[in-house]
Design a protein around this ligand. Sequence first.
Ligand code: PEP
Ligand code: MN
Length: 257
Amino acid sequence: MGELNIAPLSSWGIDDKRPIIISGPCSAESEEQVMETAERLAGQGIDVLRAGIWKPRTRPGSFEGLGKIALPWLKKAGEKIGKPIAVEVATRDHVFDCLKAGVDILWIGARTTANPFSVQEIADALEGVDIPVIIKNPVNPDLQLWIGALERINRAGITKIGALHRGFSSYDKSRYRNKPMWEFPVELKRLYPNLPIFNDPSHICGNRDLLSSVAQKALDLDFDGLMLESHRDPDSAWSDAAQQVTPERLGEIVRGL
Ligand code: PEP
Ligand code: MN
């Protein structure tokens, strides 16, 4: 098994507290939506602002993101609240657009992690760049595929790497959108004790009701932080409406942990 060269979370340029809270809308929808959500989230003490710009959707016809026109909105919102911004990348061009726009943290989504060609393309685009990269687990429960993605990004010279557990799709119905299968992140943590690891209750749950219990479980298992989707008006969100919460509700959930 290859070793990973892992920089500590304290080197990422984010507040060194636990849990680190990454929040923001599933998708950037307008400049006003990004700004209002960011300002209300800042009032709740988040550490990193997230938004999807390119949305890999299971079926075509769903909202696929506004693309790079939304990057300056996110940048401006991050500067306004004084927090780093995080964006999902799935291709070489996404990486270049994000680097040009001054995005602080990149993440690789679950559908992308499942494809070694895509991950390698992103890794190649990151050669010689120093930026934190968070790698979500692949959609399917395959620890080797998750580790392989971490290795590919790490071999490109990225040492600020982290893992993000967002659950796994399964054929049988369950109360979760994506089954947590906690044994996967736990085993990853056993293999790489220094690897920063985050949990994404939003995509595990797929609804608002279970968010607190999943977030609490992650903290009980000593995860370093949480990514939780939040929208200024969740019910009208263009993607993942059922699982998003208002910034104020997000604050309540976090304070309740
Ligand atoms: C997201 O974070 O909005 C997203 C698309 O998540 P995932 O890759 O976990 O499905
Ligand atoms: Mn989402």
